[in-house]
Design a protein around this ligand. Structure first.
Ligand SMILES: [Zn+2]
Length: 161
């Protein structure tokens, strides 16, 4: 994905995604370029107790906007489990140098598994919400006033196209 497109998307959507993942009280930055050589894709440096994080995106490894959204959401889930990273740093201070590497591998494996499971959970919940919403529309109960607008009106707009 083009670097400027990544930046543009982040400017437009990061805040919304933070809110979606209940991270609106955090200070999160997202930018292009990886923090260490040899790293690809995306990653986040998370300070769980301070509710701060820096997300790094590697534009050549992001295919399109959907891929970018998925990558940002993945990194935001790493923020959501931020306290684990704080624990990791505390454990490090109790270990010898030779044990730190092993502890890192164990931690990264568990951390990644938790985030992947959360990703599946978020997708499942989103699907259920859409199913429920469609059922409500079908039952004629979908007349919900919300900030995003009235679904009935949106439906009419959709039909006009
Ligand atoms: Zn990850």
């Amino acid at each position: 994905m083009d670097e400027s497109k990544v930046i543009e998307w982040v400017d437009l959507n990061l805040e919304k995604e933070m809110y979606r993942f209940a991270l609106q009280d955090w200070r999160i930055s997202a930018g292009v370029g990886m923090p260490h050589e040899g790293m690809v894709g995306a990653c986040a440096a998370v300070q769980g107790t301070r509710q701060r994080a820096d997300i790094y995106i590697d534009p050549p490894f992001i295919a399109d906007e959907d891929g970018l959204k998925e990558a940002i959401q993945h990194e935001l889930l790493h923020c959501a489990v931020g306290p684990l990273e704080t624990l990791q740093h505390q454990i490090h201070s109790m270990l010898g140098d030779d044990q730190v590497e092993t502890a890192n591998v164990l931690f990264d494996t568990a951390n990644e598994a938790i985030v992947r499971q959360l990703e599946r959970l978020v997708k499942r919940v989103a699907e259920l919400a859409i199913d429920e919403y469609e059922q409500e529309i079908e039952d004629g109960k979908g007349d919900v006033d919300c900030e995003a607008g009235n679904p009935r009106k949106r439906d009419k707009k959709r039909k006009r196209r």
